[in-house]
Design a binder for this molecule. Structure first.
Ligand SMILES: NC(=O)c1ccc[n+]([C@@H]2O[C@H](COP(=O)([O-])OP(=O)(O)OC[C@H]3O[C@@H](n4cnc5c(N)ncnc54)[C@H](O)[C@@H]3O)[C@@H](O)[C@H]2O)c1
Length: 386
């Protein structure tokens, strides 16, 4: 569930918006009830979230955000904390056990106790790593996330999933550890490369299809504004997507069932990421995955032509990919078979029966998947014709 500090249109308001994760439904458990603050210039709010009990704070940031990490540290020092920084490698290079070990070393050398805190400044890779470090140090200390990518704001920083990669695959080691709070400072998006911003929008679109049609309408009305960091439209999209995630994770803290809807487009998406050796952005792969899911639902007679076509229109308007090379089916099927939603040999997909109506559906006959692949396939290389 969610709430806003400001009344009326959040997009028009200069005041920060506070969205509470897991409050009010009675099933969240004691670890929920934290706020996700969305707005501009939010640094001043950090001490409030770090809390009065902490004396020491470790700020974990990637190389690319050294200047931001330093500002955060200085601000914490001014507020009276003993603050140290740990600079980690960018992106997936940071989600490594040796990087976690380096952070544990910094915590140990600076005598961090159970009441001290970690602050993550960065994209989803940093919030995943820093969350894992906080979850494991002294069996769990406070963590505050300051996501600096769109994906981090609407997805990775909300919901308490933390993790690192191993040689065997991505996110295989991790834990659930809810943050004490999340500060999504929209100012940080100004330096985010455009392809990262657009990739993050795929998760926003996903929230539109599974739960909030207004998200789709905002993009349809002005796709350019949706991609502009300082626009009121993007702020409203971010807030709406966070509300969708907050509502779902508040009702399903440890991924027992309902959270599967957040996996819309991810079954084929993950298979594409794997087939591409993670050279595709996650959001781009999920974009194609949503087209695949829409075509599959259409073939099964679950989704109308209009709703299925809308997927292609919205994602194309943002410049996200809607097709994939036609010579990779066996690799993709292998990836689909590895999906965590499957039960034994039975393949399961999140499909829509309308906008805002997701359900996990068993696919008894995989041949329909190959037929659906033809709907998204494009020639792997240009055909030479005489
Ligand atoms: N825990 C979850 O629930 C969850 C959900 C979704 C994704 N994830 C994880 O999130 C990760 C992907 O996150 P991401 O897409 O944010 O990518 P990322 O964290 O890898 O960041 C992408 C790149 O942008 C740089 N960067 C970050 N913020 C910037 C800024 N403001 N300006 C300029 N550069 C900036 C980073 O240093 C990095 O090089 C994956 O590891 C994925 O597994 C976790």
């Amino acid at each position: 569930m969610s709430e806003s500090a400001s009344e009326g249109s959040a997009a028009a308001a200069a005041e920060p918006t506070v969205i509470t994760v897991g409050q009010g439904n009675g099933t969240g458990g004691p670890e929920l009830g934290y706020g996700v603050v969305v707005g501009n210039g939010l640094l001043a709010r950090l001490p409030e979230l770090v809390g009065a009990q902490a004396e020491r704070v470790l700020v974990i940031h990637p190389r690319a955000l050294r200047a931001t990490g330093d500002v955060v540290r200085e601000d914490l020092e001014k507020a009276g904390y003993q603050a140290v920084t740990a600079e980690i490698p960018d992106a997936e290079e940071g989600k490594h056990i040796q990087v976690a070990a380096f952070c544990w070393q910094v915590l140990g050398q600076n005598d961090f106790t159970r009441t001290d805190a970690v602050v993550a400044v960065g994209g989803g890779a940093v919030t995943d790593l820093a969350g894992f470090v906080a979850a494991t140090w002294l069996r769990g200390i406070r963590v505050v996330h300051m996501p600096t990518t769109l994906l981090g704001m609407v997805d990775a920083a909300v919901g308490g999933k933390t993790g690192i990669n191993t040689a065997e695959g991505k996110n295989l080691v991790g834990s659930f550890h809810q943050p004490a709070g999340v500060l999504a400072d929209l100012d940080t998006l100004a330096t985010l490369p455009r392809n990262e911003l657009v990739a993050g929008l795929a998760e926003v679109v996903k929230c539109g299809f599974i739960a909030d049609e207004r998200i789709l309408e905002i993009i349809e009305e002005n796709p350019e504004a949706a991609q502009t960091p300082e626009s009121a439209e993007l702020r409203e999209l971010i807030e709406r997507a966070i509300r969708v995630k907050a509502s779902v994770v508040g009702q399903d803290v440890r991924e027992a069932g309902l959270r599967e809807s957040l996996n819309y487009g991810h079954t084929l998406g993950h298979a594409i990421e794997h087939a591409e050796r993670y050279q595709w952005r996650h959001g781009a792969a999920v974009s194609v995955g949503m087209i695949f899911a829409a075509e599959l639902a259409r073939s099964l007679g679950r989704l109308s032509d209009g709703d299925a076509d809308r997927h292609r229109e919205v994602l194309t308007s943002l410049g996200l990919p809607v097709s994939y090379r036609d010579d990779r089916w066996n690799q993709l099927l292998e990836g689909i078979r590895r999906d965590k939603k499957n039960r034994g040999e039975t393949l399961r997909f999140v499909l829509l029966s309308g906008i805002g109506k997701p359900a996990t559906v068993e696919i008894p006959d995989p041949s329909i998947l190959f037929a659906t692949y033809q709907e998204i396939a494009e020639p792997a290389s240009p055909t030479i014709s005489l």
